[in-house]
Design a binder for this molecule. Structure first.
Ligand code: ADP
Length: 638
């Protein structure tokens, strides 16, 4: 065995994070113990799982357990587990670096804050590093199951650590904290007092499935007999929280368990205990987080639920237990009806897993319904974070589509800063209104001011404003709600009112179109690279022009997204609609009759196109040319 000690640097991100953590006012210092016990428990879970196939890993072994050993004279605290352990490479990889994508971005944000927010730091699942909140030096000695040598890692949290091989008689990990001085004012209590340790363990780690033992040292009476006998006292109840009756579990206990499995530092928004009985029996404990995890949109975001079979953890993230559009849900599922040897491949097509997914989906849908009806405030919180994900269900979960439609929330023209359901909308529809009007676009402000909505609003009808990138796609999968059809006011023909007035206005538009056919053809010729058609319309009120799509054409919103992602978009599919009642159109018509080749016509056509593009938040096809036209028109006008 080599005895050389190597000094290494922390990865830059790790150093920054440690720095922030040590210097931020982390008021709740005691959580370090929860984090270290949580890691120890995960390590034992991993070992137990591997031992299913490799029983020799735990053969004739002592009990799987977590031990807490305080030494008040030396102000030291040890956290010991006999879990999976780590080898040298793993220590360097796992302890010296933060692998999570998105870390850099969040750190940048944190640095910009004067007073870094503990909550934000918590998003990393600071786990092991939380040791540095209470310790001036941390030593980690670990030996991986199945290997023969151990590794010793030491750091003061100041940018470097040392690592060397050491002899370690048994498998697992031992963490030795050299505690900072007691400082009650700043929440640094004496973490070597056994009563204090017991309190913290009961508070945060009661549900841990393995015994958490605190070393009670013997106390001698004056005559030499023992007043307190030495023992390794089990402090936690060890009862898996999901097997307990929900009436017996305190909210804080549910919350602490959530933090253990999610690595989130915040309380969950909603806790959902569930027991299914029948053809397949299982217990589940599900949680809706308050906030989108910072790495949610990165590829290696781990979604899925923990799966236990007969109380042994089989996997910490089984995606198949939830439909994709509920991938923000965290929690555990425990079933005795599954086989312990269930493999990843089997999970994907296992009928029992599919049955559990179905059961959980409908439990979640009914929970959301209840929240919407009885706890609207929290439902809206949920919606603001996860609505975008949840909506995907409309396009993929046909079985529950009707239920999901009732759970959608929308912004509307009725009131700013409020969200409404389709039921709300339909319930107050104008008696003359036949359809549900909506428009999609980048943001509310743009939609409110778009030429398209003016007419609908002027009739006193309400318009739903859809501003999420997925909305166009979602709306292609809905046709009606409670017998009312959806009508996009940004595409296709728009007719307000009854059949008779519809016919009348159609006829009028047709006649106007015929009358100006040559002019429209001319404008089409000028703009042929950017629009597929030019026509007159009765859609507009005060605006001279707008762009529309037809039926299922890609909206501008989607087009922009595709472009931003570097995808090529098909040739122009948009229609330029002109307002024949507008003074600009009338003047163009006049000029055209006088001289079909009037130089002002291409100018006006290009400016109108630019106007229409800008009105819906689009990117001008040629901004420099647009500016030139504007300046020259202005020049002339002045
Ligand atoms: P997290 O637990 O959120 O992954 P940590 O910084 O707490 O982050 O730990 C990083 C990794 O180090 C863990 O994922 C685990 O692989 C490893 N690790 C930490 N503590 C232990 C332990 N007691 N035994 C074995 N591995 C551990």
């Amino acid at each position: 065995m080599s005895t050389t000690t190597e000094t290494r640097q922390f990865q830059a991100e790790t150093r920054q994070l440690l720095d922030l953590m040590i210097h931020s006012i982390y008021s709740n210092k005691e959580i370090f113990l929860r984090e270290l016990i949580s890691n120890a428990s995960d390590a034992i879970d991993k070992l137990r799982f591997l031992a299913i196939e490799n029983p020799e890993l735990t053969a004739n072994d002592q009990e799987l357990e977590i031990k807490i050993d305080p030494d008040s004279e030396n102000r030291e605290l040890k956290i010991i587990d006999n879990g999976i352990g780590m080898n040298r490479d793993e220590v360097i990889d796992l302890i010296g670096t933060i692998a999570k994508s998105g870390t850099k971005e969040v750190l940048e944000k944190l640095k910009a804050d004067k007073k870094p927010d503990a909550e934000l730091i918590g998003q990393f699942g600071v786990g092991f590093y939380s040791a540095f909140i209470v310790a001036e030096e941390v030593t980690l000695i670990t030996r991986k199951a199945g290997e023969t040598t151990g590794v010793k890692w030491v750091s003061k949290g100041d940018g470097t650590y040392t690592i060397e091989e050491v002899a370690k008689p048994n498998r697992g990990t031992e963490i030795i904290l050299k505690l900072k001085p007691e400082d009650m004012e700043n929440g640094m209590s004496d973490f070597t007092q056994t009563w204090e340790l017991e309190r913290i363990i009961k508070k945060y780690s009661d549900f841990i499935a393995y015994p958490v033992r605190v070393h009670i040292k013997p106390e001698k009476k004056e005559d030499g007999s023992e007043a307190v006998a030495e023992e390794w006292k089990i402090v936690n109840s060890q009862k898996p929280i999901w097997t307990r009756s929900k009436n017996d579990v305190k909210e804080e206990e549910y919350n602490e368990f959530y933090k253990h499995i999610s690595h989130d530092f915040q309380e969950p928004l909603k806790t959902i205990p569930y027991k299914a009985e029948g053809r397949i029996e299982y217990s589940a404990l599900l949680y809706i987080p308050q906030k989108i995890p910072f790495d949610y949109y990165f590829q290696n975001y781990k979604s899925g639920l923990q799966l236990y079979v007969k109380k042994v953890m089989i996997s910490d993230a089984v995606e198949e237990l939830l439909p994709k559009y509920m991938r923000f849900v965290r929690g555990v599922v425990d079933s005795s009806d599954l086989s312990l040897n269930i493999s990843r491949e089997i999970l994907q097509q296992d009928r029992q897993i599919a049955a559990i997914r179905k059961g959980l989906t409908s439990k979640l849908a009914s929970t959301f319904k209840e929240m919407l009806e009885k706890d609207r405030e929290n439902y809206e919180k949920f919606w603001k974070e996860f609505g975008i994900t949840f909506k995907e269900g409309i396009t993929s979960d046909f079985e529950n589509k009707d239920k999901l439609m009732n759970l959608l929330l929308f912004q509307s023209s009725l009131e700013k800063d409020k969200l409404f359901t389709l039921k709300d909308y339909v319930g107050r529809m104008h008696p003359d209104q036949k359809e549900i009007y909506y428009i999609t676009g980048e943001n509310r402000e743009l939609l409110e001011n778009s030429p398209h909505v003016e007419k609908v609003l002027s009739r006193g009808f309400e318009v739903l404003y859809l501003t999420d990138p997925v909305d166009d796609f979602v709306m292609q999968h809905v046709t009606e709600f409670e017998g009312k059809k959806f009508q996009s006011i940004g595409s296709g023909d728009l007719h307000l009112g009854d059949e008779e007035s519809k016919k009348k206005s159609e006829k009028k538009v047709e006649e106007t179109g015929k009358k100006h056919a040559d002019l429209l053809a001319k404008i089409k010729e000028i703009l042929k690279d950017n629009v597929k058609e030019v026509k007159v319309t009765d859609r507009l009120v005060s605006a001279p022009a707008c762009l529309t799509g037809e039926g299922y054409d890609m909206s501008l919103h989607i087009e922009k997204l595709l472009k931003r992602n570097g995808e090529s978009t098909p040739s122009p599919r948009r229609v330029l609609e002109l307002n024949p009642e507008h003074a600009i159109f009338k003047k163009m018509a006049e000029k055209f009759t006088q001289n079909a080749d009037d130089a002002d016509l291409p100018r006006a056509a290009n400016v109108l196109l630019g106007y229409a593009v800008l009105a819906e938040g689009g990117d001008l096809p040629n901004p420099a040319a647009f500016n030139r036209e504007i300046v020259s028109l202005l020049d002339k006008a002045l």
